[in-house]
Design a protein around this ligand. Structure first.
Ligand code: LCS
Length: 404
């Protein structure tokens, strides 16, 4: 087998997404890397097994500790996020929990964005509190509030940008400045952007998490997570919370995600094309009260688009003009867009955060985090944009007929 690819430093993200970290097939030369669907690896003799456990010899041991198909995905994601290494997990929450717990112990404190994916919030607000890990939840766009929350036990800052579900965006330069000043680790959830649109390592972010369930895989058939960072940090996570808590990714899922990555850049560009048009359409609609999309000129983070984030992404939040029942009626009226949580799939998915993804928050906690009860979140898919807008239009028209 030729090792040409491994030796070559790929320049462009589009190329890395296809070639970087390729494991390939030394036995038969197949183009697609085989799925190494195995729990364990056979040693030539007892000494070899002992050497591998002692770290004195390379090679695989047992798939919870590493697997060639999973390794290919990890190497490819590290290349895409411009980091030295990556660790793959069985879910995005597996990645969030293992990454945070590898860096926090009883008595430590973290600063977290008040608005986060609902289960990340629940993990920190409930489970970490039980474990004696304290958190301050802040408005991540407010530097003074972040700095005021930092104390002598603070170890890290954890946030998303854009935030699920309200599309508020943090300024990475600003977070980086604060973290450096206080010598804090930065952990960012980059799920909404994917490395195609935002590469947080360029802004000094230490650990970059993805729910690989979303854009990375892109086809709605896998639940998985990834964390990218320095070789030292990733080794630390792998040897502690990944190895011993065990939220590992299956080889089959890794293979599907590596396949998904080959089309990541073209998919994400199309998601953005469609979302820009859908956001513009919703923004001028008489039955829509508010639209939250960083690509719109009136969004507070519009200046970050074209800078920290290449484009605004495929997710939009909005509120229909009317009561909560009108939002429900609108969603139930949709014929093509699916009412479903998750995002980043080919299908347009629409959901109601207050009753679905962000139901782990109490209504008071949602209010404090700026997540309105009537917010609707749409993950704009890869269908023809006229069909997406057509479906939204017929559902919004039904509201107007009722109102008339
Ligand atoms: N981080 C973000 C930003 C997410 O949106 C999600 C899941 C996770 C982490 C957790 O990843 P998972 O374990 O599900 O792979 N977000 C979801 C959502 O918005 N709807 O359904 C799941």
């Amino acid at each position: 087998m030729s090792n040409r690819n491994q030796k070559h430093q790929f320049q462009h993200l589009e190329t890395k997404a296809i070639h970087a970290g390729r494991v390939g097939d030394p036995s038969f030369g197949s183009l697609a890397t085989p799925i190494h669907q195995t729990s364990t690896f056979v040693f030539d003799n007892v000494q070899q097994g002992a050497n591998r456990f002692a770290g004195e010899e390379g090679g695989f041991i047992y798939s919870r500790l590493g697997n060639p198909t999973v390794m290919e995905l990890e190497q490819r994601m590290a290349a895409l996020e411009n980091t030295e290494a990556a660790a793959a997990f069985g879910s995005g929450m597996g990645a969030v929990s293992a990454t945070l717990l590898a860096n926090l112990k009883k008595g430590d404190h973290l600063v977290a964005s008040a608005a986060l994916y609902g289960c990340s919030f629940a993990l920190i607000n409930h489970k970490f509190a039980e474990l004696g890990i304290e958190a301050s939840f802040v408005d991540i766009t407010n530097s003074a509030e972040i700095e005021a929350a930092i104390n002598e036990n603070t170890k890290l800052i954890f946030f998303e940008t854009p935030i699920n579900p309200n599309l508020v965006c943090a300024d990475l330069n600003e977070i980086s400045r604060i973290a450096k000043q206080h010598q804090l680790l930065t952990v960012i959830d980059n799920t909404f952007m994917s490395p195609v649109l935002q590469q947080p390592s360029d802004y000094g972010m230490d650990l970059i998490i993805h729910s690989a369930t979303k854009y990375l895989n892109g086809h709605g058939d896998v639940v998985a997570g990834i964390c990218c960072g320095s070789a030292e940090q990733i080794e630390h996570i792998k040897m502690t919370t990944l190895k011993d808590m065990g939220a590992v990714m299956s080889p089959n899922d890794a293979w599907l995600i590596s396949r998904g990555l080959k089309t990541l850049s073209v998919r994400v560009e199309r998601h953005c094309d469609n979302a820009e048009k859908v956001a513009g359409y919703l923004d001028q609609h008489a039955s829509v009260k508010a639209v939250y999309y960083p690509g719109l000129k009136h969004h507070p983070a519009n200046h970050l688009v074209g800078n920290q984030m290449k484009r605004a992404g495929g997710v939009i939040a909005f509120e229909v003009d009317g009561a909560f029942e009108d939002a429900v009626r609108f969603m139930n009226q949709l014929k093509m867009c699916h009412i479903a949580v998750s995002l980043g799939d080919a299908e347009t998915l629409i959901q109601h955060p207050a009753s679905m993804t962000h139901s782990p928050y109490t209504p008071e906690e949602r209010a404090a985090a700026g997540i309105s009860e009537s917010l609707i979140r749409i993950s704009v898919g890869l269908e023809h944009v006229d069909d997406i807008i057509g479906d939204l239009e017929q559902a919004l028209q039904a509201l107007r007929i009722k109102a008339a």
